[in-house]
Write a protein that binds this ligand. Structure first.
Ligand code: ASP
Length: 322
């Protein structure tokens, strides 16, 4: 008997429609999950498919309320023995954020695989159908179990923690930089060569019980002469701050003077793509090192930590573990 793969559709370019043949100026989040699978009949040979339309949006409009609904839906459906895994279709702009959120909050070792496309469904050589087919292959495979949430894009399999969008236009836009892909898909066969070592899914301390939204935090990007007033504003209007510092999480003396006096949690990440920030790099004693998490991923871990009521002394431990 074929196992079931549940496709949870959220929108993005993979569901986008535009001028025939063109790659820009289209409307993302237009086609439904059922429209998408109708164009790829080969998917039906891989598994029984169930579809759920979670939302149909440009992924820049993603919210923590939708994240929580998505994670709760996966957690509920994962209890059904005939469900082998999940595919989440998603816009590429914030795919890495949703993937990392799910990596910390879904409580199953069944594969949860995000995919999308760079070209809308109406473009020449649209990349959505092959990415979707590959994602279903991975979601229904035994090999993909237990590696945390995955992103499948342009023949490759990435871990949720390390993946990011690295090009605005190229079909290989999703990448894990110097850490690389953990596997590949060739003609429907799944090959996984590495596994993430940081805690994920069933091994995390994060639970969504009783939550319908996440606390807000601000991500502040440092650049030459940037006015630290924005930090004071963020401290008054949000529950935490992530600084995208220069180099190994550095910033000006002006920034330092303001950050030194803050009592809200401040996590220091870097605006540099490949790098690592350890506590020894920190310029202010009241801050936490994001290790190699990007600012936008550090913001997710900080939001979950604050929602859990983490104390200042727990935060560095969390950033060292997740
Ligand atoms: N703006 C689109 C989105 O993130 C881009 C894409 O899907 O590639 O929804």
């Amino acid at each position: 008997m074929k196992q079931t793969v549940v496709i949870l559709a959220t929108g993005g370019t993979i569901a986008g429609i535009g001028e025939e043949g063109k790659t820009a100026g289209y409307q993302p989040g237009t086609l439904t999950a059922d429209d998408l699978i109708r164009t790829i009949p080969e998917i039906m040979e891989l598994a029984e498919i169930e579809t759920i339309q979670i939302c149909n949006i440009n992924s820049d409009d993603m919210t923590s309320e939708i994240w929580i609904d998505l994670a709760n839906t996966i957690n509920r459906m994962a209890e059904r023995p005939e469900v082998a895994g999940f595919v989440v279709t998603h816009g590429t702009d914030t795919m890495e954020e949703t993937a990392y959120f799910l990596n910390l909050t879904v409580k199953t070792d069944k594969p949860v695989v995000l995919t999308g496309s760079i070209r809308p469904s109406t473009a020449i050589s649209a990349d959505g159908p092959i990415n979707m087919y590959d994602a279903v292959c991975v979601a229904s495979s035994e090999e993909a179990k237990g590696h945390g949430v995955l992103v499948v894009f342009s023949d490759r399999i990435f871990s949720a923690r390390s993946v990011s969008k690295a090009s605005t236009y190229h079909v290989t836009a999703l990448s894990s930089g110097e850490l690389g892909a953990i596997g590949v898909i060739r003609d429907g066969k799944v090959f996984i060569y590495e596994t993430p070592t940081r805690l994920h899914t069933v091994s995390t301390e994060f639970s969504l019980t009783g939550l319908d939204t996440l606390p807000k935090v601000a991500v502040i990007y440092f650049s030459v002469d940037s006015d630290p007033e924005i930090i004071r504003y963020a401290a008054e209007h949000t529950e935490g701050i992530v600084i995208a510092g220069a180099g190994a999480g550095e910033f000006s003396e002006e920034y330092k003077k303001v950050i030194d006096r803050l009592s809200v949690p401040v996590v220091v990440s870097s605006r540099v793509d490949n790098g690592i920030i350890v506590p020894e790099n920190l310029l202010c004693r009241n801050t936490v090192a994001a290790n190699n998490l990007s600012p936008q991923k550090a913001a997710i871990l900080l939001r979950l930590a604050i929602a859990k009521g983490a104390k200042a002394e727990d935060l560095q431990r969390m950033f060292d573990q997740y």
